[in-house]
Design a protein around this ligand. Structure first.
Ligand SMILES: [Fe+2]
Length: 278
């Protein structure tokens, strides 16, 4: 039986049924899943029962696992799996603004995965926006003007978050404060699809290379507004035991902080690109 893929919105997103991720996947099954990922960009597998080694075995098929430099692991035997825990007493959350992960380094994460352990009764959704669709919506003039231009991404908003976040390691701010911006193409091509996307991280975009912040900012503001158009968005409501993975190269995401006083616990794992965005 092939997997069942149920599309969730016009912009992206699908739920996948008919596969148990705690079992070893055949190559054929993996090909189906990878094809669904390339097409839907954010895929979710309800009713999974996964321990950290299962999460690692599956996510490793998407690329090289990364040890998060600032979050604590779930268990010291499994350094690739980190816990994102928002206690009822926490007022701020992790990732509560539009961003992609780690654009301020030369090789940002290529995929992020979350496994929902405890979800609030309501709220705590993750929102996504599709950067392929944002690129497609640009005029031919803009595509030509910014072809080959690079955008500098800085720690900016992330640095502000780690100053106050209760879930990061204590030395995070010290580690991050002197990290220089990284330059990435404004338009990047995803090798598996051959499609271009508008590669902009609203939390990190600083300026275009060889341009001032003042010159860049109005255009960056326009591009950030563009990528947030409702038609390009998708919002996922988590339930316990859902495993999700999304393409961090061509999506931005936003962890919605709308569940004060409730507990939310997710296990998180990422894979990192082996080459720089092109
Ligand atoms: Fe994130």
């Amino acid at each position: 039986m092939p997997i069942e893929v149920r599309r969730l919105s016009g912009a992206m997103g699908a739920e996948i049924f008919g596969v148990d991720l705690s079992q070893k996947l055949s190559d054929e099954r993996w090909k189906e899943i990878r094809a669904a990922y390339n097409e839907h960009l954010a895929i979710f597998f309800p009713d999974q029962h996964l321990l950290p080694p299962h999460i690692i075995a599956f996510v490793e098929r998407f690329g090289t696992p990364s040890i998060h430099p600032y979050l604590k692991p779930v268990n010291k035997d499994y350094p690739f799996v980190h816990e994102l825990r928002k206690e009822p007493s926490h007022t701020i959350n992790y990732g509560g603004a539009w961003h992609t992960d780690f654009t301020f380094v030369e090789k940002p994460n290529s995929a992020n995965a979350l496994y929902a352990r405890i979800t609030p009764e309501y709220g705590g959704d993750t929102m996504f926006a599709n950067l392929y669709l944002a690129y497609d919506a640009l005029s031919e003039g803009m595509k030509k003007l910014f072809d080959g231009v690079r955008l500098l991404s800085a720690t900016g908003a992330f640095l502000d978050l780690v100053k106050v976040s209760p879930v990061v390691r204590d030395d995070t701010y010290e580690h991050l404060k002197n990290v220089p911006p990284a330059a990435h193409p404004v338009f990047r091509t995803i090798p598996e699809t051959g499609r271009k996307c508008l590669y902009i991280d609203p939390g990190a975009a600083l300026s275009f290379e060889n341009m001032t912040v003042e010159e860049s900012r109005p255009i960056i503001n326009y591009l950030i507004a563009l990528v947030q158009r409702p038609e390009f968005q998708f919002r996922y409501r988590w339930r316990p035991d859902v495993f999700g993975i999304w393409d961090n190269r061509c999506l931005i995401h936003y962890a919605v902080n709308d569940y004060p006083g409730q507990l939310r616990v997710m296990h998180r794992m990422s894979v990192v690109d082996t080459e720089r965005p092109r």
